[in-house]
Design a protein around this ligand. Structure first.
Ligand SMILES: Cc1cc2nc3c(=O)[nH]c(=O)nc-3n(C[C@H](O)[C@H](O)[C@H](O)COP(=O)(O)OP(=O)(O)OC[C@H]3O[C@@H](n4cnc5c(N)ncnc54)[C@H](O)[C@@H]3O)c2cc1C
Length: 566
């Protein structure tokens, strides 16, 4: 079955579940009315269904290749990218003064979700450009903004993000790429970067690399890192791509999936770059890009989960095996359990990501610190839970197909192979969980507490109509609150060993809240029944996860390296 972008479902979540009306009520986003957003989503959905989804298989079977130093992209990707760019979909949230649509992040997140479901490998290209636009908009000089932003926003040029080096992965501070000032306002960038997504493409006029490097007087570690904009072609006086810069793609990685997205080893050989932001302040500037990209990567996981779900659902309605009332395997209780779990998990993860988008929009529109703290708290959860949902749902999709799931031609395995990296890149999910229990609880748990207050207030309101579901959600929120208080009493270093179960438990409780809100809006419909399934069958997992958190890291750290050795 062909992928269908879930426009009505996303519109339902924006309207009834994640409070998008508050965004539309602000002056900044007054034009992004629910009706306008629905029309935008419908248009984007058409692009996903008709242009991008048909490219997904070709991207897997005939991945990008390096030919004479130039990346040749998969069949149809150039036309697909052109359609994305011509429709204005590269960066819908980009600033209008540079040619963007200025739409809310909640809407951009929904579009990233749909585009990822259609073709993850191609969607990763504009996602990186979006992050670069955000970083330049916040930190670059006016001259750089005037030259680069219109080109990036129109899609004529694309953006990449160059952090990783062989010895500097999660520990970005270990990087060794150097930047030498030339005395004319430019810098000579020298070093090697690995795993650079879309480090080159044959369908854009220029590729703009944001590169982390160290100035000669940069201190060791993250404090001495600066950020540079390093284009493949140096812009000429008219702002068009001029002579080639001193950089090249050395090779492409051979990956388990995402073959349509070229993952490049990049060599910068005294390449000309321009400083973005203040010297030695590169991490702050790069974090603008990474925070944006983290939510985007969470949306990638959710999009692929949706595609894997639709694919498995269609198969379950066709495949005959054993006797069922429906005539196909969807009638078997266990197949129905798998599909229900997939659908319920997508609802939870998508709501968390959209709620994170709403919080970012409210922070931008109102300047209120509470909204910024909400967005910061939700970002690692949206990234890690969105991508875990991608892997878990795609894995279950393979199971629904039975033996055919293991056979490549069914297409079920591609979703799993493609989405697996989303839990790794943009900061591994382990690092996201450490961010949640560390930096995101530095406010003594105030942002978490306010969110729990809202969840409990919603559950109180729901007691009249859905008493059993409301009580379960209220209790879960209370247990999470108590465990958060326990965690807050520990030194940060002692929280890391239980960070992942804490993040998963928080996502479970948030998911229950968003299911409850959906059930309140649609008590007799599918959302009400899905909420009952999630709250009675999946929410209880939060209890086990929080028990793991309360057990603390002592039992884990008592296991020595020698104990783990075989
Ligand atoms: C397909 C693909 C595309 C990518 N695209 C880009 C890109 O466009 N630009 C870019 O710059 N990079 C990119 N990356 C790199 C990616 O961001 C890194 O792979 C990721 O950050 C992890 O770094 P690493 O691979 O060195 O793993 P490591 O850092 O070696 O991590 C190995 C394991 O140790 C854990 N770990 C490491 N440090 C800690 C710690 N302090 N505390 C707890 N656990 C820790 C990790 O969670 C992981 O489980 C890409 C990678 C892939 C595979």
């Amino acid at each position: 079955m062909a992928y269908r972008a879930p426009v009505p479902e996303i519109a339902f979540l924006l309207e009834h579940v994640v409070g998008y009306d508050a965004v539309a009520a602000t002056d900044r986003f007054a034009e992004a009315t629910p009706d306008m957003v629905q029309a935008v989503l419908a248009e984007a959905g058409k692009l996903c269904d008709e242009v991008m989804a048909p490219l997904n298989r070709a991207g897997d079977l005939r991945g990008a290749v390096l030919e004479n130093g130039v990346v040749r992209t998969s069949p149809g990707f150039a036309e697909g990218y052109r359609a994305i760019a011509e429709g204005g979909w590269v960066a819908v949230a980009a600033p209008p003064e540079h040619g963007g649509m200025g739409l809310p992040m909640a809407v951009a997140t929904a579009i990233n979700d749909m585009m990822s479901g259609a073709c993850l490998a191609l969607q990763l290209n504009p996602l990186l450009t979006q992050g670069q636009i955000d970083a330049l908009d916040h930190h670059a000089s006016d001259d750089l903004k005037a030259l680069y932003l219109p080109k990036l926003i129109s899609g004529a040029w694309s953006g990449t993000m160059n952090l990783t080096e062989p010895q500097a992965g999660s520990d970005v501070g270990a990087l060794s790429t150097r930047a030498e000032p030339r005395g004319d306002g430019t810098y000579a960038i020298t070093g090697q970067k690995i795993y650079i997504s879309w480090g080159d493409a044959d369908f854009v006029e220029n590729v703009c690399h944001l590169v982390l490097a160290r100035l000669p007087d940069g201190a060791p570690g993250t404090k001495g890192i600066s950020l540079f904009l390093v284009p493949k072609y140096l812009p000429d006086a008219a702002g068009n791509p001029g002579i080639a810069n001193d950089l090249k793609v050395l090779s492409l990685e051979h990956k388990m999936g995402l073959h349509g997205s070229p993952t490049c080893v990049m060599s910068f050989e005294g390449a000309t770059g321009w400083l973005v932001g203040a010297p030695h302040d590169g991490m702050r500037a790069m974090f603008t890009m990474m925070n944006n990209a983290r939510l985007g990567v969470g949306a990638e996981g959710i999009g692929v989960a949706e595609a894997a779900y639709q694919h498995a659902l269609a198969y379950a309605q066709e495949r005959r095996q054993g006797r069922t009332t429906e005539g196909t395997i969807i009638g078997h209780a266990d197949v129905r359990r798998m599909l229900a779990r997939m659908r319920a998990e997508i609802h939870a993860a998508r709501s968390i990501a959209l709620a994170c988008g709403v919080a970012l929009d409210m922070a931008r529109a109102t300047g209120a610190a509470d909204w910024a703290a909400r967005a910061a708290f939700l970002t690692p959860i949206a990234k890690a839970f969105g991508t875990e949902t991608g892997s878990a749902v795609a894995e279950t999709g393979v199971q629904v197909f039975g033996g055919m799931g293991f056979i490549e031609e069914s297409g079920a395995a591609q979703f799993y192979r493609d989405v697996r990296v989303t839990a790794i890149y943009e900061g591994t999910n382990g690092i996201q969980a450490m961010d949640l229990v560390g930096r995101k609880l530095m406010d003594h748990g105030e942002a978490a507490g306010r969110l729990l207050d809202e969840i409990e207030a919603c559950a109180e309101d729901a007691r009249a109509s859905l008493p059993d579901l409301a009580e379960a959600v209220w209790q879960a929120a209370e247990t999470l609150r108590e465990t958060t208080d326990t965690l807050l009493r520990l030194p940060v270093a002692d929280r890391y060993g239980v960070a992942v179960p804490y993040l998963r438990a928080t996502a479970r409780v948030l998911g229950a809240h968003f299911h409850l809100r959906a059930a309140l809006a649609d008590p007799e419909g599918a959302h009400g029944r899905l909420a009952r399934f999630y709250i009675t069958r999946m929410l209880p997992e939060h209890g086990a996860l929080l028990a793991e958190v309360r057990a603390g890291d002592a039992p884990l750290m008592a296991l020595s390296v020698a104990d783990l050795a075989v």
